[in-house]
Design a protein around this ligand. Structure first.
Ligand SMILES: [Fe+2]
Length: 385
């Protein structure tokens, strides 16, 4: 839930006449992701955002489930996902449940002749490799390595990459992606103990307004189907907006780690949350400073959650054979912990330069066919080596 922001021109009073220089009315749109009783924005369009001129036959993009149930530690080689020219084709769901989908993507080209809207899910797009601009009807967000782009469901967007080698780790959330409640004051300010604050949140800028008519295709995803909906006017025809519901960027490099004399539990790394899952950022930090501290994590039984670690960069003190883009899945129900030798090796270490994103889901994840294609066999036995 970002804070109040405004860009471009808006009328003094909401829901009143707001006219163009020629006297015609702008079209007001209320945008919210949870009905009329939660955060929202008001956008002012040159043309009503309702002028559909053509619809295409829908395409099924539902993830194909390969394993619905399982109880085994798993490991996947995320960078083995093949690069694809087009953004939507490049998105490959790997682990899914009813609360969120975890998706890998290696798109090579900018989106040029279409726009995209995820009507089902807020998206958190983590930029592992690549840079560019996320263009939306709210304005533009520049992005580069380490950025989380948080896009409320329903936001129309287009991504322009300035790089050809792009690696994205995407979380599709079927509930709004929010700042953790424990970081917020009663009235919604990020508190002093939170690992980031409002200054770290980048709101859209450079609002470009396109009022031309034509045939504008918005590929819209709903319940696993992709609908091609053509509109008469450019979707980025907004002259101004204000409110608390908009896409934003937050860099993992701006996450300030909370450390202690002894090992701190994963919740200190929490970054976002949604219904039945949390997102954590593991960033370079000083290790625990008690004279007898063991910096490696203790073994733990995450009985009520599946734990997904997406490795970004740096050395990982708790396990061997880690590669960039690797995903390790430790399902709830069987304990896991440091690899053999990692505990002793960690004693006396002063700091870590690891960078990773963790998603803990409170309901089990299912594996897609893509997950099996990129799986590292035998990971479950790697503690017995
Ligand atoms: Fe863990």
């Amino acid at each position: 839930m970002p804070h109040y922001y405004t860009l471009g021109s808006i009328p003094h009073k909401r829901h009143t006449q707001f006219r163009k220089p020629d006297g015609a009315l702008y079209a007001e749109q209320l945008f919210s992701t949870e009905g009329f009783s939660n955060d929202y924005s008001l956008l002012y369009h040159h043309h009503p955002p309702t002028e559909i001129i053509k619809t295409d036959a829908p395409i099924n993009v539902q993830p194909v489930i390969a394993e619905e149930k399982m109880l085994q530690h798993r490991s996947f080689e995320g960078f083995k996902i093949k690069p694809e020219p087009h953004y939507l084709q490049s998105r490959k769901p790997v682990l899914v449940n009813n609360d969120c989908h975890l998706v890998l993507a290696a798109p090579q080209q900018s989106m040029q002749d279409y726009f995209y809207k995820n009507a089902d899910a807020d998206e958190m797009i983590f930029i592992h490799e690549g840079a560019g601009v996320l263009k939306t009807l709210y304005g533009e967000l520049d992005f580069s390595y380490g950025d989380y782009l948080v896009v409320p469901r329903g936001t129309i967007y287009q991504i322009e990459f300035t790089t050809a080698n792009n690696r994205l780790f995407i979380l599709e959330s079927f509930s709004p992606i929010r700042y953790p409640k424990k970081y917020l004051s009663k009235y919604g300010q990020l508190l002093e103990h939170a690992p980031y604050c409002e200054r770290d949140i980048r709101a859209p800028k450079n609002l470009q307004t396109y009022s031309e008519a034509g045939d504008f295709l918005i590929k819209t995803k709903k319940k696993g189907m992709l609908y091609g909906i053509h509109y008469r006017h450019h979707p980025f025809d907004v002259v101004g907006w204000d409110g608390c519901c908009y896409p934003y960027a937050f860099s993992i490099h701006d996450f300030e780690p909370l450390t202690g004399r002894v090992h701190q539990p994963p919740p200190v790394h929490q970054t976002f949350e949604g219904n039945n899952y949390v997102v954590c950022s593991f960033v370079p930090r000083l290790f625990d400073y008690h004279p007898d501290a063991i910096p490696a994590p203790y073994n733990h039984s995450n009985i009520d959650s599946d734990e997904v670690l997406y490795y970004v960069d740096g050395d990982f003190m708790s396990r061997k054979h880690v590669t960039r883009g690797m995903i390790n899945l430790h399902p709830g129900g069987i304990p896991h912990g440091p690899h053999p030798g990692a505990v002793l090796k960690s004693i006396g270490a002063r700091e870590t330069n690891e960078l990773a994103v963790m998603v803990d889901t409170f309901h089990p994840l299912q594996l897609t066919t893509t997950a099996l294609e990129i799986e590292n066999e035998g990971y479950v036995m790697s503690w017995a080596e």
